[in-house]
Structure formats: structure tokens, C-alpha cells
Design a protein. Sequence first.
Length: 141
Amino acid sequence: MDDYRLFDAGNVVLQSGITFRGAKLAYKTYGKLNADKSNVILYMTSFAAHHSDIDWMVGPGKALDTDKYFVTIPNLFGNGLSSSPSNATEPFSGSRWPNFTIFDNVAVQQQLLSQEFGIEVLQLACGWSMGARSFHWARPS
């Protein structure tokens, strides 16, 4: 697998009320963040995909042009790179994996962008499958 980073989100209170300890969100960035942080595109994966499965649209002169945009692709919880049943610790490993909702994923993606990069506003949120995430991104803070 190509290089990616892990964001340590800490203890995350899920929409269900369960606290997931030590949540990790795998992500990869492409391009350069401009000074006023106005060139950010969040490119979301489908349920089981990894960032490397969808990055064929990212690069100079491509649909998500890295000469213009700073593109971030976060991996969803449960996909094997981010916190998942296969890499979680007790009590949430294996079949005891909690229900991560779309809202839970978006909340941690927002935390990643804010804490790691100081990003509060996106130029675009796009991606594959599970399009309801875009609605969560569009909601007022």
C-alpha cells in the first residue's frame, strides 16, 4: 500500500453514545494547501475502498487538479486502514465492532482537517457512494 498518514482522533463519542477509544483515521493528501486555506477538496471514498482505489482522478491537469487544489482523501472507519474490526483493541475488536454512522465519519474528518491543517471551510466535498456525507458537510456549524 502506498504511503498514508494516521490521524489520532483520540476518544470519539459516536452518535450511538458509545465512546470509541483511540480512534485512528487514515488519510492521504495531494497538492499544496494555499496560504488562506481556500483551495481544499475533500474527496470521500466508498464504503470499503482505500484512498489508493480512487486517486486516479487526482493530479496535475486531472479532474481534481493538484496544481490548483489541496485534495484530502480520508479513509472510512472499518476499511482496514482507519480503525477497523481487524485492528481495533478490546472491547471493540472483531465482532464487537461498534456502529460507525456517516455522521461519525464526517465528525472525525472535520476534526482531522481542523486540527491537522487549520481548515474550516471546503472548496468542494465529493466522492463515491454514501453521498449523504455531503449533506453532513453542508450543514451549518
